[in-house]
Write a protein that binds this ligand. Structure first.
Ligand code: TA6
Length: 282
């Protein structure tokens, strides 16, 4: 098999199927610029998509890797998690040389969005698939005349067999804002993060790599230029309140997000910024 990119229809949405020579696969929808599936070569699916996710563009797709931009969560005046996850991205470039496949999508502020939030921006998302590795790079340019300030996240829904058995390593000792306690600042005790209740945290200034253990498999997670890591699991009650999640959905997902949330990113006129999340199946 050689590396390839195929344009397909996925549940009524235009999408791209990426494959590599070694057998890694990924699926990206143009709606949301959203990676919905990633199977590393010789491995199993690492992304969670809810079986009740909606694909009719009336709401964001629950799962995969939504792009939250130009606002993370409700940290500003825009709709929750910004505009990008509800917009149709454009395919700008695709490459499938021998050992990897890569697509670049782009999006810019619409006239209606500019009326509500008068800060022009242009975003590019590059998805690169190779062997056991998936890279997402978000680049944001400021074509305007004033500084652009935004928050953002790659809101990665990871699939786990049973979340109570999963272990997330690498956040020990980091301070976090606990959204389940009104944003209270707390610090981790314990060497691994276990999810046994609702978790909604912004870990600040995380520079090292994280390791997620899920049964016999493990995933390396690394962010660059995204200062924060958000960890989210809605747990039983909040999951039941989400119409696009099955009741036991929270047991099979854990969001580990590369984010710029605690402090906005500032981009001067004519400048740009990039941030990346890398997932490596081990
Ligand atoms: O990233 C965590 C978070 O901001 C949570 O507070 C939770 O609400 C989640 O995102 C999902 O948001 P959504 O709008 O997709 O339901």
């Amino acid at each position: 098999m050689s590396s390839a990119i195929e344009s397909i229809d996925h549940r009524g949405l235009p999408a791209l199927r990426l494959v590599t020579r070694e057998g890694a696969r990924a699926l990206v929808t143009l709606f949301g610029g959203q990676v919905l599936s990633w199977v590393p070569a010789g491995g199993r699916e690492w992304l969670y998509v809810s079986e009740k996710a909606c694909f009719d563009r009336s709401q964001a797709i629950r799962g995969g890797i939504p792009v939250c931009f130009p606002q993370f969560a409700a940290l500003g005046p825009l709709p929750k998690h910004g505009y990008a996850r509800m917009r149709e991205w454009r395919l700008d470039e695709q490459r499938a040389p021998r050992d990897f496949t890569q697509v670049t999508l782009s999006l810019e502020a619409s006239p209606e969005e500019l009326q509500r939030w008068p800060h022009p921006w242009r975003a590019e998302l590059t998805v690169s698939l190779a062997g056991n590795r998936l890279d997402l790079e978000l680049e944001v340019a400021n074509p305007g005349a004033a500084a652009l300030e935004f928050t953002a996240a790659l809101h990665t829904y990871l699939r786990v067999d049973e979340v109570e058995e999963a272990r997330l390593e690498g956040l020990y000792g980091h301070e976090y804002l606990d959204a389940t306690r009104g944003g209270e600042v707390r610090r981790d005790s314990g060497d691994v993060l276990r999810v046994e209740d609702e978790v909604d945290r912004i870990y600040r200034d995380v520079t090292g790599a994280l390791l997620l253990r899920d049964g016999e498999r493990a995933l390396g997670i690394h962010g660059e230029n995204f200062a924060d890591v958000v960890v989210w699991n809605p747990w039983e009650e909040k999951c039941a309140a989400l119409a696009d999640m099955p009741r036991d959905g929270f047991r099979h997902m854990l969001c580990v997000e590369a984010a710029a949330a605690a402090r906005p990113v500032r981009v001067e006129p004519g400048e740009d910024w990039w941030g990346r999340q890398t997932l490596v199946a081990l």
